[in-house]
Design a protein around this ligand. Sequence first.
Ligand SMILES: C[S@@+](CC[C@H](N)C(=O)[O-])C[C@H]1O[C@@H](n2cnc3c(N)ncnc32)[C@H](O)[C@@H]1O
Length: 401
Amino acid sequence: MIAPGGDEIAEFYDRHPYPPPVTDLDAEVEAWDDGIRRRVEHFRMWPSVPYRDDHTILVAGCGTSQAARYSLRYPNAQVVGIDVSPTSIAATHQLIEQYELTNVELHDMPIEGVASLGRSFEQVVCTGVLHHLESAAAGLRALREVLAPEGAMQLMVYATYGRSGVYVMQEYCRALGVTPTPEEITDLISTLRELPTGHPISHMLRNTPDFQDDDAIADALLNPRDRSYTVPELFGLLGEAGMRLGRFVRQAPYRPQCGALTEVPHGERIAAMSESDQFAAVELFRGTMRRHSVIAHRVDSPLPDPPIRWSEDAWRSYVPIRPTSVVIVEENIPPGTDAVLINKAHTDRDLVFFLSTNERRIYETIDGERPIGEIDGATADLFRRLWDHDLVMIDVSRRSA
Ligand SMILES: C[S@@+](CC[C@H](N)C(=O)[O-])C[C@H]1O[C@@H](n2cnc3c(N)ncnc32)[C@H](O)[C@@H]1O
């Protein structure tokens, strides 16, 4: 089955595979070697479910390497990759051969036709794809149909406000009839170099990988179909497909209790809003989010919602885990502070966490095994704040177990 309009997109990604094909995934193997990442990712998706690494995983719109990456990250899992771009599938096949991967299979098929596999998956990964579909809701509904009831999806869609410069330049390219040929792309790169300072796209040109090669520029500016989502539109998309938000992959940028928003005079008003309205308000305050990455579950999922309840006594049995992306910084910190925690996965510079001497000692005691109640001097408030700031992942499963 070819998706409605699928030909155009398939043809585009066949000529401009994205991300650019790679031949070396050694860094990926090394980064996932110690197993901590697998644990962190598991509890990001399923805080209340005991750890496992042998899930069935669908990588939908897998591009040039994502299915091979998942196969390497999760050697005990069964991975299926689907995509409509034969070039991208071929690039993944090459990685499969090179790394002798035996737990992954690939299919040249559209997301909208995934039911024809006759399979169901515990995890569905679909990043950077839904916003290119003719109907993102229809694509997401098709994915929901193959998601196990207790399963989890990891989704990434473009965010509207932070990409405004991209849409300005897409409009420019459309107005001039720029097409994605090699000559036109070279001319476009020369044009981008001459953009005036302060153009809404200039920040992205300097700071993101989206503009590092010709295919990346084509993907961003000459894509035949690309839409974006505000936070309320994202909730709308999930709802239309029978899905609900589990959490944002990185939640601190969306929380008013993290970073610069704690200093504004609107704190009380924002605190009085519903959680989803808070997320929408913070997106507007930040103004620069370029994508939304979320964990989502079926609305009829048997998993507890929310899985983590700080207001109840159960927090003592929660097991905190330190993500490997968190660093403890001691240089250039304010007086009276012992250290600062930074999650390197955050792009917003205001999301720092100041630690007193005692809090630092507690943070350094976290070993991924001991529950909070057994960590001397630990309080629910400290761990809730660490969790809000993406500085710990929480394993709630020991209580459920
Ligand atoms: C920007 S790439 C993202 C690749 C990958 N998910 C990643 O994050 O590395 C988008 C991919 O979606 C694929 N795609 C677009 N429409 C699709 C559809 N209807 N069904 C399956 N794949 C699709 C494209 O061929 C392309 O490989």
